[in-house]
Structure formats: structure tokens, C-alpha cells
Design a protein around this ligand. Structure first.
Ligand code: AMP
Ligand code: GLY
Length: 438
């Protein structure tokens, strides 16, 4: 039996764990809190530790055939390198390659140097000096400010949404410099976003169905940005406003970026590569790369994959994806996240939740534990981030939405969710937005 070490304990990792076990793997889980779903799939073979303690992780996984790393944080500080040194092949990029997520400045510069057409206008700064002139060049209403480095999806500030004056932009840039960071200013894109998640073995890149996430906390896309409140995918694996040629363009240019990365750093990208794109008047543009699967977007694609996920992971580490195809059922999916009251600003942590497993199974929904902790007495409590994702799968998005929405009723706790994700009304809003742009 193939032994696989999984690092991470969110809902993304719960979905990865399920796909590994369904693919025939014996699972060993390295987590920082006890996710009861993953602990069960690992048949109790888990360890609670700091995910960035590479020594512990390597010794816990030492006789595994390979490791799969879920979250970005350990990747950008080199967990894949540590595993490789310990003789454990890793699904997840080495430190140089993980810069595609770890440094927005690195990535924009790489795309620029190689004339990648999905790149946008940007400039990088280490002090305030040149910032006013660049704001004038872009036009103030066209400015997006980002700190370099990982921010858990919460560091980006967009003019007109989070920033409303030159003063606001200066204040935020100064705040970033005070914390020792570097600033990247880039052109503000207008359009509809989509996520393209891929498997990469260094040379070959295989796509999975497109997904759209919902970043805003409240219904109708209002409220603060979050890690993602839920997501959907369509039965044709596209989006209602994205065509096959758009996907082909995005995929071809992701491949160019991986080739450029190899050329620049000598390091081959091996793992999952997540492209966040926006379809704009000027074409398909890259918003960002992530060096991992999305959360919740992993939950839209892994459960409907018909190709054995363990074989795909082997293909990634062995560099043999060119001989494989990743195939998926022609079905739609909707994920809704239940999150603690007060999330994301003041999440009610340590609050008990209950899952009516039979009720959920009875309506054909599935659940994926995210930021929770299971106590010794079996009680499950919330933590400070998203709590549990409910997945509906059906032949149409309408039906998938109903299943996922109904599923949320089988979870009790001080939680809330967005009822509008996957609904006709919200989908229509996206389609209308795209039409208006054209
Ligand atoms: P990121 O952390 O780069 O994914 O950014 C988080 C969110 O900020 C994205 O999903 C977009 O909605 C928004 N965003 C990031 N960059 C831009 C941009 N250049 N123009 C408009 N919106 C952006
Ligand atoms: N849901 C957005 C992300 O995983 O980055």
C-alpha cells in the first residue's frame, strides 16, 4: 500500500486526505490542530505539531512514499526541500519555486522579463519616494496596493473599495514599510475572476475544472475580504462568462511561467499551481499565483475527479504527467462555508459545533472540516478562521446549490454562511457584469 504523509489540517487538506484514501493510500497526517475528518481518514495515525517544524515532519513521514503539502506557509519556507533532503519526495514546490506565491514582486518581475501577456502594469517600492509619481502615472482610481509576501488573502487594498484618497494609499504604504515590507503598486483590473487549479510536474501542466470563489464575507459581495466564503463549478468545467479559449490562454501562459521559473532559478515547479485570473476588456490577466490548491476551491474539484489522485501525485513527483490525463465528472458543485460569528474581524473562537452526519449524508451533501479543533473528550470547537465547508454535487448548479444550502442546516453552532453562493441571482449578476464590460 502507498504510504502518504499529508501536511495541513484545513478543509482543503480534508478534501486532499479523502482523495488520497479513495485512491488507495494509507494516510499519515501532520496537523497543527486536530481536524477530526482527517484524523479519521488517517485511522488515528496523526501528529499535532508546528507545521514548520521540518525535523519533526520529516521524521514522522520518513518511511512514506511521498508527502503532500496543503498550505502555502510551510512551502514558502522550504518544507519541500527538507522532505527531499530526508528522502521523501514532495508534492509541493521547493522554496525557489514557491516564490510564485511567496513574492508578488518576484512573480510580476518574472512575467515581465519573459513578456508574459497575462501580466499587468506594476511597479515595486522600498520607500515612499517614487510612490506619488507612480500613482499619478496609473491614475489614482486605477491603483491597487499590495505588500510583498504572504498575507492570507487580506493584504490587498483596492482603490475605491478599501482606499478612497491619496492619503489612504500613503498611509497604507507607510504601514507596510514600517513593518519592514516592500510595496507593489499595480493597475486595478475590472472584470470577473476565476480560479484555474493545475497539477504540475516541472514540465507538464494538467488543468482541473474552473472554479469561482467568493471573497466577501456577506451576501451580495458586501463586507470585508475573507479567505473565501464558498465557491462553485459548472458541469461543463467552465464559467458562464469564461470560454474554452480563455482557459487555453490561461493554461498556456501558466506553462510559460513555469518554464521561465525553471530558466531563472534552475528549479522545476512540482505540485499544485493555482492561478487566479480576471477576464477584463484587455483579455485574461493574472491576479496572483498560489503554490497550492485553493481553499475552498479544492473541495469543488477533488471530489469529482475520476482519475486516481494518488496516481496524479506520483506523476507529479516522478515527472510523468505527460503520460496522464486528469479527468472529472461532468457535474456542478457548490461549496458553502460556515464560519464563526464575527468572522473575519472578531471570530467567536472555541465555540462548540455539532455535525449531524446522518442528516448530511441523507440529503447527499458532504462536509469538510476547516479551522476546528477536536478536544480529548471528542467535542469539536471553532477556531479563529472558517469552520466547515458543505459541498453539494449535482448535474446542474441549481441542484448542487440546494443540496449545499440544505446541508448547512445540519450543523449547529454560533456560525453564519452566505446563502447566495451558487444561486441563479448571483450568477446572473456575474454574467451581466461581464456583458457590461464588453
Ligand atoms: P490576492 O491576495 O492577490 O488574491 O488578492 C485578493 C483579491 O484582491 C483578489 O481576489 C482580487 O479580488 C483583488 N485584487 C488583487 N489584485 C487586483 C488587481 N490588480 N485589480 C483588482 N483587484 C485585485
Ligand atoms: N480561496 C482562495 C485561496 O485559496 O487562495
Amino acid at each position: 500500500m502507498v504510504k502518504v504523509m499529508l501536511v495541513g489540517n484545513g478543509a482543503r487538506e480534508h478534501a486532499i486526505a479523502e482523495a488520497l484514501v479513495n485512491g488507495g493510500a494509507e494516510l499519515r497526517a501532520f496537523m497543527n490542530k486536530k481536524n477530526p475528518g482527517i484524523a479519521n481518514l488517517a485511522k488515528g495515525n496523526f501528529r499535532i505539531d508546528n507545521l514548520e517544524n521540518f525535523e519533526h515532519a520529516s521524521s514522522f513521514g520518513k518511511d512514506c512514499d511521498f508527502a503532500v503539502v496543503g498550505p502555502e506557509a510551510p512551502l514558502v519556507v522550504g518544507i519541500a526541500n527538507a522532505f527531499e533532503s530526508a528522502g521523501i519526495p514532495c508534492v509541493g514546490p521547493a522554496i525557489d519555486a514557491a516564490q510564485l506565491e511567496g513574492s508578488k514582486i518576484f512573480t510580476r518581475n518574472l512575467l515581465k522579463k519573459y513578456n508574459n501577456p497575462m501580466n499587468i502594469e506594476f511597479s515595486t517600492f522600498t520607500s515612499m519616494n517614487e510612490i506619488p509619481a507612480y500613482i499619478d502615472k496609473l491614475g489614482i482610481e486605477n491603483v491597487v496596493v499590495k505588500p510583498d509576501g504572504l498575507t492570507g488573502g487580506k493584504g490587498v487594498k483596492v482603490f475605491g473599495e478599501h482606499l478612497h484618497s491619496k492619503e489612504d494609499i500613503f498611509t497604507y504604504c507607510k504601514e507596510i514599510f514600517t513593518q519592514g515590507g516592500h510595496v507593489i503598486l499595480e493597475e486595478k483590473l475590472d472584470g470577473e475572476e476565476f480560479t484555474l487549479q493545475t497539477f504540475v510536474d516541472g514540465k507538464t501542466i494538467l488543468p482541473t475544472p474552473l472554479v469561482q470563489d467568493h471573497k466577501r464575507a456577506f451576501e451580495n459581495d458586501e463586507g470585508p475580504n475573507t479567505g473565501g466564503m464558498g465557491s462553485y463549478s459548472m458541469e461543463n468545467h467552465l464559467m458562464p462568462f469564461i470560454e474554452k479559449k480563455d482557459v487555453d490562454f490561461a493554461l498556456a501562459n501558466m506553462k510559460k511561467a513555469i518554464d521561465a521559473l525553471k530558466q531563472e532559478t534552475g528549479t522545476a515547479y512540482k505540485g499544485f499551481l493555482y492561478g487566479q485570473f480576471m477576464k477584463t476588456r484587455k483579455g485574461i490577466k493574472l491576479v496572483e499565483f498560489n503554490a497550492r490548491f485553493g481553499d475552498p476551491e479544492a473541495i469543488n474539484v477533488l471530489p469529482i475527479m475520476t482519475t486516481n489522485f494518488v496516481d496524479i501525485c506520483r506523476g507529479i513527483v516522478d515527472g510523468t504527467l505527460n503520460k496522464m490525463k486528469a479527468e472529472f465528472k461532468k457535474v456542478a458543485t457548490v461549496v458553502k462555508y460556515l464560519v464563526p460569528a464575527g468572522y473575519p474581524d472578531k471570530p467567536a473562537a472555541n465555540a462548540p459545533i455539532k455535525v449531524d452526519e446522518k442528516g448530511i449524508a441523507g440529503i447527499g451533501a458532504r462536509y469538510y472540516f476547516a479551522s476546528v479543533n477536536q478536544k480529548d473528550d471528542g467535542a469539536i470547537v471553532t477556531s479563529s478562521s472558517r469552520t466547515i465547508g458543505i459541498l453539494g454535487i449535482a448535474e446542474t448548479i441549481d441542484k448542487a446549490e440546494i443540496i449545499s444550502e440544505k446541508g448547512t442546516a445540519f450543523i449547529t453552532g454560533n456560525l453564519y454562511h452566505r446563502k447566495d453562493i451558487g444561486t441563479k441571482k448571483l450568477l446572473q449578476k456575474r454574467i451581466d457584469h461581464m456583458k457590461k464590460l464588453k
